[in-house]
Design a protein around this ligand. Structure first.
Ligand code: GRF
Length: 212
């Protein structure tokens, strides 16, 4: 499975993917920002990198077309958004239908969009987490492949909560990529996803928060 990863910044999720010894080939890491820290991390892992700067293009459509052109040069089976902070056009999303995935730092459909950790704290939820999903034209709303939940603890700040979620993102995203590489992910006609795993052990599990 040939994979192209799109980033905009730090690249810690991309790094977790590159370090996970997955049965995939990382064909390229592409950033829309020339100064993204993740580019150096990719280079250290000897993964080819490219920059397609949104500033070099007059509008979203032109940027997305240039981005698609760069992506397609690498003939990916899967395009992975890992902290890619640009809203994509419908045309772009349709071009990569069913082979474009994203990680979002909340338990969707709760808290789509930005500032998820502050919003989770403000809402007083006791469980928060992250979601890996297929990308559809509406932001943060595509078919959910997998989620990881963490407790929200009293005394949490957006930063402490973000760190707790991020460490789960780094576990969840490689796992999903492995399932995809092993052809264990099925998108159903009703828009939900089935992952072919042995879930028997999980049947009686619960993460309860607060716990005592
Ligand atoms: C992560 O929290 C991810 O869920 C969100 O943006 C952040 C990117 O962090 N989409 P990194 O660049 O992977 O370190």
């Amino acid at each position: 499975m040939r994979v192209v990863v799109l980033i905009s910044g730090r690249g810690s999720n991309m790094e977790a993917l590159l370090e996970a010894r997955l049965p995939v080939e990382f064909a390229c890491v592409i950033s829309n920002k020339p100064d993204a820290a993740g580019l150096a991390i990719a280079a250290r892992h000897r993964v080819p990198t490219a920059v397609v700067s949104h500033r070099d293009h007059p509008g979203r459509a032109e940027f997305d077309a240039a981005l698609a052109e760069e992506i397609d040069r690498h003939r990916p089976d899967l395009v992975v958004l890992a902290g890619f902070m640009r809203v994509l056009t419908d045309a772009f999303v349709r071009r990569y239908e069913n082979r474009l995935i994203n990680i979002h730092p909340a338990l969707l459909p709760a808290f789509p969009g930005l500032d998820t950790h502050a919003r989770a704290l403000a809402a007083g939820v006791k469980l928060h987490g992250c979601t890996v999903h297929y990308v559809t034209p509406e932001v943060d709303s595509g078919p959910i492949i997998a989620q990881a939940a963490v407790p929200v603890l009293s005394g949490d700040t957006p930063a402490t909560l973000a760190a707790r979620v991020l460490s789960q993102e780094h576990r969840l995203y490689p796992r999903v990529l492995r399932w995809l590489a092993e052809d264990r992910v099925r998108l159903r006609d009703d828009g939900t996803v089935a992952v072919l795993t042995d879930n028997a052990a999980a049947e009686h599990e619960a993460l309860v928060s607060p716990s005592d």
